[in-house]
Write a protein that binds this ligand. Structure first.
Ligand code: FAD
Length: 691
């Protein structure tokens, strides 16, 4: 019955489109794509006049459950969509997913009592809100948020549930959901169930989410009097094949991120919605041993209005590898339709198609979906209904419901979705899964961030990137696991250096980009500003702790100080603690440090820790300990401390060791030492850039 509805809607769209074709397309010659108008409307209508009033939006679209997300890397957004789907299919809730950035919250006090708000909130970096949640967060946790009505308590009508995405290796674990939950409760809102917390640090995010949501649904069903029904998959997006278009038709998106890019008129502002296609000025390998290597790249932003400051991040927009695109097309039995042009339409007025259309299956899979990422157990449960036969279906149901079995068969091997489907069905094709399921069930392909390793004072229009290529041997799996963005960068490096057949550990990429717009030596990027910044007074001493690629921003800092010294400024003591495996293997920028030393003289010191040279493993934190006296003296001279790199172990241990150093050197307790560090963090005298 559901498919009939889809068919009717799809037919209606085709009729509408045809009408548009004969009226607008031909008569006025304006609308190149006869479907454009109807699809634009289906996607939430024209930008102009778009309401920022969430209550009004819920009323007019007949919704009773709104799921707000604060997301940086797409996971929170993905969880929000999954809650929306589940709420609808299991409990008949009228759900909508909302980007926190798109509405105002001063009328949250008018939220109807019989409806529910869900908050899915990621914590970013040092306990910060994600970019899209900043305004909401400041408003709701502000001293005295002012609402349009004068209810007492202000949010007495609001029923909500909350889930946070965090990482326990960071100091401010899940602070977003904790603080928002606290603020909402303080304003009189009623939470249903526990405020859930997912932990990326422990690698249990997905399982934490699954464990949180079941009791939450039970509590919510009771509170709202919802009746559970058997969940049946209903697609959110309709796919219409566009027989009159080919991949060469000018209005077809072949991976271009937006209309300006399609029309060849891309211009700034360049940001998370609009990348700059930047030329790569230079690229090389900093080291290459066995299967490990590290890239250095110079990205030229001179043709754009992009700018950066030392310590910022650059986002690289990757392309999926050709082999993975092929495997996906193959297992879904879409190989013959690889270049078929389709339009994707939201069948649900508040859903948004996450990429521009008309486009092709190839472009969606190659440029827009995270097809290599870990698989969600819940998603396998959804796909079970479309299994090629009953025994495969039974296996999918088992994988979807048995956590340990799923771990053993799938996650442990780092399988992605196409590999999972193929392993489970032993190669049998999955031709009947509605493609919508993948648009809904996979995350949008995300840009990857890199700590800029150059100084904007030295090279304002060229951004350096220092990236280790992800290539890991997984026990029990025959081929290594390879990261998306870094292998793409490696192939780009080869191409940029004149290699006719670039490949990264056996992977090939569409390096020319959509319609050859990347020309093999361009990469889409944008810049993200960070708070990781040198003291404004260059005479302040600084202690830099950056092992491995954590050295990236430190190189920028030292470059900057060398330049300042050359210009006659008084530069303070600069100590860099760098660590790697072996001097002869992965010592990043070894010869450059000597150049900086020539300029900075005694002001610069490099302290190295090589973990695999002696009988005992030596890490940067051991070196810090050896220098306890000096570190303490520098801190007393108000030195700034910077830590960059591995969040899980290194940053934590450095924090502990610094606390101990203070305790020992100043003759105070360890807890006092920790408190000193805490205060330094609060005063921005201790800064971290960890991932
Ligand atoms: P991805 O494909 O994203 O894989 C990354 C990891 O995800 C894998 O190692 C694995 O653990 C997991 N994973 C992915 N797919 C699967 C699967 N199917 N099954 C199981 N697990 C899976 N890196 C640098 O080298 N240099 C830097 O200067 C740097 N700066 C950064 C700054 C910031 C602020 C942040 C957030 C990150 C930074 N990183 C840096 C890390 C970088 O952004 C990327 O995460 C890294 O390069 C890997 O990207 P990738 O696309 O190659 O790997």
């Amino acid at each position: 019955a559901q498919l009939d509805t889809v068919d009717i809607i799809v037919l209606a769209v085709i009729l509408l489109g045809t009408a548009a074709y004969f009226t607008k397309g031909k008569v006025w010659g304006v609308t190149k794509d006869p479907y454009a108008a109807s699809f634009a409307n289906a996607n939430g209508g024209a930008k102009a006049g778009k309401t920022r009033n969430i209550i009004e939006k819920m009323e007019e679209s007949g919704k009773n459950c709104v799921i707000f997300y604060g997301s940086q890397t797409g996971t929170a957004e993905d969880y929000a969509s999954r809650l929306a789907k589940e709420g609808k299919s299991r409990f008949g809730l009228e759900t909508m997913v909302v980007d926190l950035e798109e509405y105002d919250y001063d009328n949250l006090d008018a939220f109807p009592e019989d409806k529910v708000a869900m908050f899915v909130l990621a914590t970013y970096g040092e306990g910060e809100p994600t970019d899209n949640a900043v305004d909401f967060y400041e408003f709701i946790t502000g001293d005295d948020p002012s609402f349009s009505n004068s209810n007492d308590p202000a949010l007495g009508n609001l029923t909500y549930v909350a889930f946070g995405l965090g990482n326990n290796t960071y100091e401010h674990y899940n602070s977003m959901v904790r603080n928002v939950d606290k603020a909402l409760t303080k304003l009189g809102a009623h939470r249903v169930g526990e405020a859930g917390e997912g932990d990326d640090g422990a690698g249990t995010m997905e399982e934490d989410f699954l464990a949180w949501k079941d009791p939450m649904w039970a509590a919510l069903a009771e509170k709202m009097g919802l009746e559970e029904r058997e969940a049946v998959y209903e697609p959110i997006f309709g796919i219409v094949e566009r027989e009159n278009l080919t991949k060469d038709s000018p209005e077809v998106y072949l991976g271009e991120p937006n209309k300006m890019h399609l029309e060849g008129s891309a211009r700034g502002p360049f940001n998370a919605h609009n990348p700059y296609i930047a030329p790569i000025a230079e690229s090389r390998e900093l080291f290459n041993v066995k299967d490990r290597n590290c890239l250095h790249m110079e990205v030229d932003i001179s043709g754009s209005n992009l700018s950066y400051q030392t310590g910022d991040h650059i986002a690289i927009w990757p392309t999926n590898p050709g082999q993975e695109v092929d495997e996906m097309l193959n297992i879904l039995d879409l190989k013959d339709k690889q270049n078929t042009v389709i339009s994707v339409k939201a069948l649900e007025p508040t859903a948004k198609v996450p990429f521009p259309t008309p486009t092709t299956y190839d472009a969606i899979i190659r440029y827009h979906l995270e097809i290599c990422a870990p698989v969600s157990r819940q998603f396998l449960g959804t796909l079970a209904a479309f299994a090629p036969d009953e025994s495969i279906k039974a296996e999918m149901v088992k994988l979807g419901s048995d956590k340990d079995y799923f771990h053993d068969k799938i996650s442990k091997n780092h399988y992605n979705i196409s590999r999972t489907l193929s392993v489970v069905s032993e190669g049998k094709k999955w031709g009947s899964i509605p493609f919508s399921a993948f648009i809904e069930g996979l995350t949008k392909l995300q840009p990857r961030y890199y700590s800029i390793s150059s100084s904007s004072l030295v090279q304002p229009k060229k951004i350096s990137v220092t990236a280790v290529v992800e290539n890991q041997l997984i026990p029990g799996r025959s081929d290594p696991f390879k990261g998306v963005a870094t292998n793409y960068l490696l192939a780009l490096k080869q191409k940029q250096n004149g290699d006719a057949n670039p490949e990264a550990f056996g992977l090939t990429y569409e390096l020319m980009g959509p319609r050859n717009k990347y020309d093999g030596i361009h990469v889409p990027v944008h810049v993200r500003h960070s708070n990781f910044k040198l003291p404004s007074d260059p005479s302040k001493p600084i202690i830099l702790i950056g092992p491995g690629t954590g050295v990236a921003p430190m190189r920028g800092f030292i470059q900057e100080r060398a330049k300042q010294a050359q210009s006659g400024e008084n530069v303070g003591k600069t100590i860099l603690f760098f660590g790697c495996r072996k001097r002869s293997e992965d010592f990043l920028y070894e010869s450059e440090w000597e150049e900086y030393k020539k300029v900075l003289g005694d002001k610069f010191e490099l302290v190295t820790a090589f973990s695999r040279e002696g009988a005992k493993k030596v890490y940067v934190q051991h070196r810090l300990k050896e220098r306890a006296k000096e570190i303490n003296e520098l801190l007393q001279q108000k030195a700034y401390i910077y830590v960059c790199g591995d969040a899980a172990n290194m940053a934590r241990e450095v924090n502990t060791v610094l606390g101990q150093i203070i305790a020992e050197q100043r003759g105070v307790s360890e807890s006092k030492g920790e408190e000193v560090i805490k205060n330094m963090r609060a005063a921005n005298q201790y800064q971290e850039d960890v991932w």
